[in-house]
Design a binder for this molecule. Structure first.
Ligand SMILES: Nc1ncnc2c1ncn2[C@@H]1O[C@H](COP(=O)(O)OP(=O)(O)OP(=O)(O)O)[C@@H](O)[C@H]1O
Ligand SMILES: [Mg+2]
Length: 243
């Protein structure tokens, strides 16, 4: 596919006897929001770790903007323009919101004053409540922390953003707000996204296309409505504990 920003080709990652990612291939088109779903243990986070350099796949290749990035260390991949958020948020406690986002900006500039102004702009862009930007991490809500995670990720000016269960733990109205923020980042900052998510309403509403993993393998790929009616997908979800 010529307009692909990311190409994953036959990626395999094993842990001892477990094949966590088993011969996965797919493309991400420039500018799209791609959903990546699958039951617990399907291999979604491991695949993100293979794309971002945390793990080197045992087989297969990852191409970013046409360049083979397989096996590069995480900081080199980040510098090329791939950012991520983590499934387990690591909430900061003693820093303020503004300081936490400034740290993200400082990854690509050394001027602290400028970085702080830029951090302020990013927080404003995503609609973070202005009166809370000097609050300490320990005093803000889960939704606030999710927004800070996002702000830190986009502070590095990525071209591709990988989001690992960013909606987990949020209330329905907070999820709707988050979906709106992601759409705005996608359209106005032109950042392509892969969204890993268990909350179907969230991921189906947000994504143009969905890739489904089950036990390490890709079992389906298509538009959300195709995926929702795919018997293989339904079976994969019914065969495991409900999510
Ligand atoms: N560091 C590791 N060492 C050993 N096994 C691992 C490791 N990381 C993941 N696994 C195993 O690989 C498989 C895929 O796990 P992974 O975390 O990628 O799934 P997931 O799709 O992200 O699941 P979830 O939706 O629960 O987050 C699971 O069987 C898991 O136990
Ligand atoms: Mg995971």
């Amino acid at each position: 596919m010529s307009d692909a920003i990311l190409q994953v080709r036959n990626v395999v990652k094993r842990f001892g006897g477990i094949i966590a990612v088993n011969n996965i291939s797919f493309d991400v088109r420039e500018g799209e929001i791609l959903g990546l779903i699958g039951p617990n243990g399907a291999g979604k986070t491991t695949l993100f770790n293979c794309i971002t350099g945390i793990y080197t796949p045992e087989e297969g290749k990852v191409y970013f903007m046409g360049e083979d990035i397989t096996g590069l260390p995480p900081h080199k991949i980040a510098l090329k323009g791939i950012a991520r958020t983590w499934q387990k948020t690591r909430p900061f406690k003693k820093m303020t919101v503004l300081e936490a986002v400034t740290v993200g900006v400082l990854l690509r500039t050394s001027n602290v004053d400028k970085a702080m102004r830029e951090a302020e702009e990013i927080l404003k862009f995503i609609g973070f409540p202005e009166e809370k930007i000097n609050a300490l991490g320990k005093d803000i809500t889960l939704m606030d922390h999710k927004m800070v995670d996002l702000a830190r990720a986009i502070a590095t000016k990525p071209k591709l953003l990988l989001l690992d269960e960013v909606a987990a733990g949020l209330r329905p109205h907070e999820m709707d707000r988050l979906a709106g923020i992601l759409r705005k980042i996608n359209s106005e900052k032109r950042i392509t996204m892969i969204v890993v998510e268990h909350v179907m309403r969230f991921v189906m509403g947000l994504s143009e296309r969905i890739v489904v993993m089950h036990e390490g393998q890709k079992i389906a790929e298509g538009r959300p409505e195709e995926i929702a009616n795919n018997p293989k997908v339904i079976e994969a979800y019914l065969g495991t504990k409900p999510v």
